[in-house]
Ligand binder design. Structure first.
Ligand SMILES: C[S@@+](CC[C@H](N)C(=O)[O-])C[C@H]1O[C@@H](n2cnc3c(N)ncnc32)[C@H](O)[C@@H]1O
Length: 280
């Protein structure tokens, strides 16, 4: 797979510096920043921390488990899982600027001893066999044409009895998405398939399916709440909340967000959670 178009979609120069400058604009010096401050900037998936915690609960995460996060972005989910459940996380992402930013934010959050940052491809991680208790991926496989390769890697890297979960953007029933969207400027790097097909591929990789859930309604509701809050803030002329969508999404950030909302409303994309076991 040619991954350059994916890394150039996501990667921006000076990302960590720009996020730190955004914290400073809100009166938060990096040495005073906490995990809670970072949460407003670093969860690059719908329903942010809440969805990350739900995923952690579904996976029965416990103290000192080893978790692999495929497509970990700037490490938002890794930090939430490490801080909340006491797990160790290997945060693997294709985009080098995201790995570098993840390391800076781990330092700020005081979690460098719990999170190992790896720049790599989820379809061929190079990580050892049977090294992890859990494998997760959140809103990352929509850029990957051959999801079977990701599921085979997850299966290989898991210990027998280990669990794998995806929380992903999947194809909706109502046709192709409008572009640009947060994960792709155009159709070339967007590879959505229906969740039932994803589950079939995961089972073909050796997994036993435990759960498959549609979370599209929950995502729509959260976006509606956020829009209502933004509208109130505009009409009451209060200070805008801390956020970094414009920094992380770069060019056409507002169009990307608008199209994501429209695609969800029109049934062109869905949000799905799958949970699988490597029996043995
Ligand atoms: C929308 S972000 C989600 C990041 C993170 N999972 C989160 O929820 O905050 C998608 C991420 O997938 C990564 N990605 C895309 N293709 C990948 C691949 N083949 N291997 C590893 N990471 C990949 C991108 O670099 C990007 O960081």
């Amino acid at each position: 797979m040619n991954t350059t178009s994916v890394t150039s979609h996501y990667g921006h120069a000076d990302l960590a510096d720009r996020l730190i400058a955004r914290l400073a604009e809100h009166g938060i010096a990096p040495e005073r920043a906490t995990l809670d401050h970072l949460l407003a900037l670093d969860q690059m998936h719908l329903r942010g921390r809440e969805a990350t915690l739900e995923l952690g609960e579904s996976l029965g995460l416990g103290e000192n488990m080893d978790v692999l996060d495929l497509g970990s972005g700037i490490g938002g989910p890794a930090r939430v899982l490490a801080a909340h459940f006491g797990v160790r996380v290997t945060a693997l992402d294709l985009t080098p600027e995201f790995g570098a930013t993840c390391s800076v934010l781990n330092e700020i959050a005081g979690l460098t001893d719990r999170i190992t940052v790896v720049t790599g491809d989820a379809t061929a991680t190079g990580l050892p066999d049977a090294a992890f208790d859990r494998v997760v991926t959140l809103h990352a496989t929509m850029n990957i044409p051959d999801k079977a390769d990701v599921y085979r890697e997850a299966f290989r890297c898991l210990k027998p009895g280990g669990l794998f979960a995806f929380y992903d953007v999947t194809a909706g029933p109502e046709g192709a998405p409008h572009f640009p969207v947060p994960w792709a400027g155009a159709a070339e790097i967007s590879h959505l398939i229906p969740v039932t097909e994803m589950a079939r591929l995961a089972e073909a990789a050796g997994f036993h399916q435990l759960d498959l859930r549609d979370l599209t309604e929950e995502a729509r509701a959260r976006i509606a709440e956020q829009r209502a809050a933004a509208e109130r803030q505009r009409s009451e002329k209060t200070a805008p909340p801390l956020q970094a969508g414009d920094i992380l999404m770069g060019a056409q950030a507002a169009d990307k967000q608008r199209n994501l909302r429209r695609n969800l409303e029109e049934g062109r994309v869905a949000i799905s959670l799958g949970l699988f076991e490597k029996t043995g």
